[in-house]
Design a protein around this ligand. Structure first.
Ligand code: IPM
Ligand code: MN
Length: 350
């Protein structure tokens, strides 16, 4: 019996999570596993009403779960940063979800802006470090509000944090067993402290994985290759900030935010799965947003839980929807409502 914490969150989060849960229910019957959910209403509305963002007691409850399923955080009436840091980053950091795993996979039938590229060409995974770097919130102002003002934002990279992420990436590349190639994406030519540590660690750890071929690309060049030759990539490992940026680019080449999913992974603990797009406030309540990203996040959750059969069933059903039904993955252009897309996935599971 799996225990799953469900945090629909803000904006269109609840709409897409509803579809994800619909699919989870159907696939649990088809694949024969049991689970229970516990719903948490953390997000902008609750914060506005009560002033509470995410109490430590909730973190303690999450630690006893098998997984967390998150919709989106971000509310137009809440100052940027409060919910993102207070909910999303707080969960990632306090549950030591030190890897953000983001597959960039073009499914059959899905339009990509890259001319002449096919599902065979666009199929790689980004392993983004998820608890360090520029995201630690360290820094300072000097002479704030004066013409001499200086804002310092520090990137913290620990040997331990970098090494566990890189090790995960090597293990993942081995398990994935595709091209057995791991690319380190960094900026060794300018960020000479952080990327010196990353590069040294990368090549040291690489010695333990002689069957994995290694490569290095600067982050700017990585963006170029992702557009020009995405087929060169198998697995990419990078830091928190670069990983954030290149995975939005990745989402675009795989067909958009409507399909992009990710997992915040603690390999020894509780992981959290989410569609990587935001709360899309302007589409809230219109039932036009694509739930496939949330459904693919549920698929990743099933894989992490060890429910391989269920995960495969969901992926196959999603591919059927992209090949046979959807006109587009974009909000309002699918030819179906949010809940109809969920229904189609459920239908194809049977
Ligand atoms: C993501 C998001 C978050 C991040 C924001 C909402 C804090 O963009 O999951 O990629 O920057 O990590
Ligand atoms: Mn992002």
């Amino acid at each position: 019996m799996y225990k799953i914490a469900v945090l629909p969150g803000d904006g269109t989060g609840p709409e897409v999570i509803t579809e994800g849960l619909k699919v989870l229910k159907a696939v649990s019957k088809a694949a024969g596993f049991k689970y229970e959910t516990k719903l948490y209403d953390f997000g902008g509305d609750r914060y506005i009403k009560t002033g509470e963002v995410l109490p430590d007691s909730a973190i303690e409850e999450f630690k006893k779960m098998d997984a967390i399923y998150l919709g989106a955080v971000g509310h137009p009436d809440v100052k940027p940063g409060i919910l993102e840091q207070g909910i999303l980053l707080k969960i990632r950091f306090s549950l030591l979800q030190y890897v953000n795993l983001r597959p960039v996979k073009l499914y059959p039938g899905v339009w990509t802006p890259l001319k002449d590229k096919t599902p065979q060409d666009i199929d790689f995974v980004v392993v983004r470090e998820n608890t360090e770097g520029l995201y630690v919130g360290k820094g300072s102002f000097q002479d704030k509000f004066s013409p001499r003002e200086i804002a310092i934002q520090e990137s913290v990279n620990t040997r331990k944090g970098v090494e566990r992420c890189i090790r995960y990436a090597f293990e993942y590349t081995q398990k994935r067993n595709k091209d057995k190639k791991l690319t380190l994406c960094g900026k060794t030519n300018v960020l000479t402290f952080a990327w010196d540590l990353w590069k040294r660690t990368f090549y040291e750890v690489a010695k333990d994985y002689p069957d994995i071929s290694t490569d290095y690309a600067h982050v700017d060049a990585t963006c170029m290759w992702m557009i020009k030759n995405p087929e060169w990539f198998d697995v990419i490992v990078t830091d928190n900030m670069f990983g954030d940026i290149i995975t939005d680019l990745g989402a675009m080449i795989q067909g958009g935010m409507g399909i992009a999913a990710g997992g915040n992974i603690n390999p020894q603990g509780v992981s959290m799965f989410e569609p990587i797009g935001g709360s899309a406030p302007k589409y809230t309540g219109k039932s036009v947003i694509n739930p496939l990203a949330a459904i693919c996040a549920a698929q990743m959750m099933l894989e992490q839980l060890g429910e391989k059969k269920a995960a495969d069933l969901v992926e196959k059903a999603v591919v059927k929807v992209t090949t046979e039904n959807l006109k587009s993955l974009s909000a309002g252009k699918m030819g179906y409502s949010t809940s109809e897309v969920g229904d189609l996935v459920v239908k194809y599971l049977a």
